[in-house]
Design a protein around this ligand. Structure first.
Ligand SMILES: [Zn+2]
Ligand SMILES: [Zn+2]
Length: 524
């Protein structure tokens, strides 16, 4: 016999309702009346909430479609800030003033910097773009001399346009093709059709791990080169996901087009050098680890008591003749196809771009046999002691203090997502969208959809100043248990779907179905 509660959950999924709705209390300021409102959890992983993940994916697909074949320059005019947004910026201003005063007194800034970073996060969450302060410039300037093993790339004079060229056929038809590209990582050793190495002992897991860790930076470099080479402000919508062999690859929709030969040239000239301290020598391992000195807030060599080089000192020690820790490059094999607006190809490609967005990196290809499980294990092993960032605790293993070192750091225990099995070394954002893609943020696209809905249903817009909202906690009297919430959202969805269907029928000038208007028709 099925459990009634499971059936409700399945029903919620079937009707596209959130399976983990959040309960809020809405108070009408005019009347003082309160009512519970259930809002969707908004999770993007299908394993957590299939309905919200599907909606998020559809939103991304809409964003992708809207920007791809744009034939006019998107207008980006920032809206006026809301009161809420101003409030966060004022709070940020206060915090900065207090921090700077403390700094002048010589206090430790670690706590402050964390607070400020959190406030910056809130400012972005409140729907504002960018940071209040410009990013602090890197202290070091590495040689920008081109690598001898990468061919030089010709540059064109930059043009601020973002829209691709229009072509006209001899019979006067015009079209503006766009491009769909797939870039992969290089080979780390031959793999079988199920993505596992033919010879695991000779498969280069270290390079695979490092390429995954630095994949996002390599992608940035590629776009930079592509823009310089093509001479205009190329816009992209890209999705990063693992291939069957578990190396990341990226699908990119690009506005405008370039030839395969040109693309090959840009790919060959693109690389990303990682100027980090060397990890060739393991200095501390097992129980033999650096010691934290509480008074000096620093790590010491357990044998000599000497202070280990700090992150900045270790960077300064990288000599002019040193090699970068890693050079990331794309593989030679790539895929590129021209795509016309509104074509079948276009929707197929949007499908590719959004296919895996509702899944964790590691869930895109489930390990189904022993070889695949061992392949994941070996990659995870290679990632265990590979430093993921300047703040990674793994640096202690190589005798360097991580940036912002603090007590309790242990090599192999870094909390960075890149080390976790479900991320396979790539912990960055899965969707990368350039700023002038559709000229809209994801929230703008969300608002578009909401507006369309309320207009279709003929619901008058609510006055946002009329209500206040607050979360309902389990100890509150009006708190609804999960099962009750689910019943409510399912009922809401059903009512809502009927209203939408009817609105659509009305819009198409069709009479409502018989069972709804039976009495009326018989009378007529
Ligand atoms: Zn949900
Ligand atoms: Zn790490």
């Amino acid at each position: 016999m099925p459990l009634a509660r499971d059936v409700v959950k399945d029903l919620a999924v079937e009707h596209g309702a959130c399976v983990r709705p959040v309960q809020l209390r809405r108070t009408d300021l005019a009347t003082g009346a309160t009512e519970p409102v259930l809002v969707p959890c908004g999770h993007t992983l299908a394993s957590v909430c299939p309905s919200c993940a599907e909606r998020a994916k559809n939103l991304r697909a809409a964003q992708c479609r809207e920007g791809w074949h744009l034939d006019h320059e998107p207008v980006i005019e920032p809206d006026d800030p809301t009161d809420d947004q101003k409030w966060w910026v004022e709070k940020r201003a206060d915090a900065q003033a207090m921090r700077d005063a403390d700094e002048a007194c010589g206090d430790d800034m670690t706590g402050w910097d964390e607070d400020l970073a959190e406030l910056d996060g809130e400012i972005n969450t409140a729907g504002m773009r960018g940071n209040v302060l410009p990013a602090r410039p890197e202290r070091r300037y590495r040689t920008t001399r081109r690598r001898q093993d990468a061919p030089p790339l010709p540059r064109r004079n930059p043009d601020p346009r973002t829209v691709g060229k229009t072509y006209t056929t001899p019979d006067g038809k015009t079209f503006r093709p766009s491009l769909f590209i797939t870039l992969t990582c290089p080979s780390y050793g031959r793999v079988t059709s199920n993505g596992t190495p033919v010879d695991p002992d000779r498969y280069d897991y270290t390079s695979a791990a490092r390429d995954a860790l630095h994949f996002a930076a390599l992608f940035d470099r590629f776009i930079q080169n592509l823009r310089r080479y093509c001479g205009y402000d190329i816009q992209y919508f890209a999705a990063i996901e693992p291939q069957r062999r578990l190396a990341p690859h990226v699908h990119i929709a690009i506005r405008g087009t370039i030839s395969r030969a040109e693309l090959r040239e840009v790919i060959a000239a693109t690389y990303h050098q990682v100027w980090w301290p060397s990890t060739d020598t393991v200095r501390f391992d097992g129980a033999h680890l650096p010691i934290w000195d509480e008074d000096k807030a620093t790590y010491l060599d357990p044998d000599t008591g000497e202070i280990l080089p700090t992150w900045d000192e270790a960077l300064d020690a990288i000599g002019p003749d040193a090699n970068p820790l890693h050079v990331a490059r794309f593989g030679d094999r790539f895929d590129a196809q021209g795509v016309l607006s509104g074509s079948k190809d276009a929707s197929r490609c949007v499908g590719y771009l959004t296919k895996y967005l509702t899944k964790h990196v590691a869930d895109c290809h489930r390990a189904e046999n022993g070889d695949q499980v061992r392949h994941v294990d070996r990659l995870a092993d290679a990632l265990r002691f590979e430093p993921c960032s300047p703040t990674c605790s793994n640096w202690l293993r190589y005798g360097v203090q991580p940036k912002n070192a603090k007590e309790g750091m242990r090599p192999g225990n870094c909390k960075g997502k890149a080390h976790r099995r479900e991320y396979l070394g790539y912990a960055g954002r899965r969707v990368l969208v350039s700023r002038k893609w559709s000229g809209k943020t994801l929230s703008d696209h969300r608002a578009d959809r909401k507006n369309w809905l309320t207009q279709t249903l003929g619901i008058p817009p609510t006055d946002p100043t009329r209500y206040t909202w607050e979360p309902v906690t389990p100890s509150d009297q009006d708190h609804m248990p999960t099962a009750q919430r689910l019943l409510h959202v399912v009922a809401d969805r059903i009512r809502w779907k009927q209203a939408l269907d009817e609105a659509r029928r009305r819009a198409q000038g069709q009479p409502p179905p018989k069972d709804l208007s039976a009495t009326g028709e018989e009378a007529a």
